[in-house]
Design a binder for this molecule. Structure first.
Ligand code: FES
Length: 392
């Protein structure tokens, strides 16, 4: 009801004194009337107190709140203590690692779902059954509306009988309270776990392309679908304008299925090897400090998008653009793979390559900048460090 409606003759607007003297029930009824709400049916869920059915309903609600609290506690424990570092298939701890992400989802989802179910049960089993019809009206709320709204909420709380049900109240405090603690734990988790515990060898600084010792040869290999099928890439293997995804291979890994699998499955391993047409190579703009990273017409760029780490799977040879299908970032292969469209803001890291005496394409070192998307400690480049150095 608008203020204008209330001031028309026939509409009784209670005075301050009348409002102050009204009971909560009267205020609640007044609130519905003033809001043009007609309660045409209302029935308490439990007219007789202490029945078995009532206690069962109470236990059901308490169960879901308690389950929410336990799930939230489990989420906190999983997030903080469950092994999360990547393990490859067959490696010790693989099963535990493999369960980490499902357990995050399962425990956090269960905590939310349980609160939702408890809320639905309260509505269905505690709050009085009611059918009300309300006329819609516009305008700001005045003091009467505010006061009667509060009374209505209190009335709903009282008539739901939650106030005298300690089991539900305590379980709700446990469930919702623990969930409130669990929700920000993901934010705090990064401060508890130290991603830089390994110093220069920390996972975000390194990739399988890094030599294990100075002078180690790191070959470019194909993935033929068989881990132990080592097919190395030669300079003449690609046609002009072609692109191929390649992975690192070190002779020391031959016969070691774990290392071979690691080199193919590691998130920073895939590299796009592009052979430009010679006429296009002549137009290439090289990044300062990376002038000798290519081998003739061959350019190797990380395949991991610098936006959100999707694989930049597409190379369009007419425009020399590398496309990321996730959010349509485009990188110019003629300009050190710098982003020219879309949300990515950094160039794809370029792998320095050359050819060994047998004609195989090899890396001249690892990436000189972190692969993939931004992270807090990632430096903002003003100049590119010398080949072989890794910034810290
Ligand atoms: S992940 Fe590549 S554009 Fe978003």
């Amino acid at each position: 009801m608008s203020n204008a409606d209330r001031n028309t003759p026939g509409n009784k607007n209670p005075s301050e004194e009348e409002l102050a003297s009204m009971s909560q029930e009267e205020l609640a009824r007044l609130g519905t009337n003033l809001d043009d709400v007609d309660v045409i049916f209302r029935r308490n869920r439990w007219p007789a107190k202490g029945t078995k059915a009532e206690k069962r309903a109470e236990r059901q609600i308490a169960f879901w709140f308690a389950l929410s609290g336990l799930s939230a506690l489990a989420f906190i424990a999983v997030f903080l203590f469950w092994p999360w570092e990547h393990k490859s298939l067959g490696e010790e701890g693989y099963n535990l690692y493999n369960w980490a992400t499902p357990l995050y989802g399962l425990t956090f989802g269960m905590a939310i779902l349980s609160i939702g179910i408890a809320a639905v049960l309260i509505a269905k089993k505690m709050i009085p059954e009611e059918i009300a019809v309300q006329q819609r009206h516009d305008g700001p709320s005045d003091a009467v509306d505010q006061k009667t709204s509060v009374a209505l909420l209190k009335d709903a709380y009282d008539t739901s009988t939650i106030g005298r049900r300690n089991m539900i109240k305590l379980s709700a405090i446990f469930g919702v309270g623990t969930f409130a603690v669990a929700a920000p734990v993901a934010l705090a988790g990064g401060m508890v776990k130290n991603p830089w515990a390994d110093g220069d060898d920390s996972p975000l600084w390194t990739s399988p392309w890094d030599p294990d010792y100075p002078g180690q040869t790191v070959y470019l290999r194909r993935d033929t679908g068989r881990i132990d099928d080592i097919v190395l890439v030669r300079a003449e293997d690609l046609d002009a304008g072609a692109m191929e995804t390649v992975f690192p291979f070190k002779e020391e890994w031959r016969g070691d299925l774990y290392k071979l699998r690691y080199s193919l499955r590691h998130q920073y391993a895939p590299v796009m090897l592009i052979r430009l047409r010679s006429s296009d190579t002549a137009r290439v703009v090289k990044r300062q400090g990376q002038e000798d990273f290519n081998y003739g017409d061959y350019f190797a760029y990380s395949k991991i998008c610098t936006h959100l780490a999707c694989p930049t799977s597409l190379y369009e040879q007419q425009t020399q653009r590398i496309l990321c299908p996730c959010h349509q970032s485009q990188f110019d292969a003629l300009q050190y793979a710098k982003p020219v469209f879309g949300p990515a803001t950094r160039a794809l890291p370029q792998l320095p390559i050359t050819v060994d005496e047998e004609g195989f394409l090899v890396a001249r070192g690892g990436f000189i900048e972190p692969v993939g998307p931004a992270f807090w400690e990632r430096p903002n480049y003003t100049e590119i460090p010398d080949l072989g150095e890794r910034e810290s």
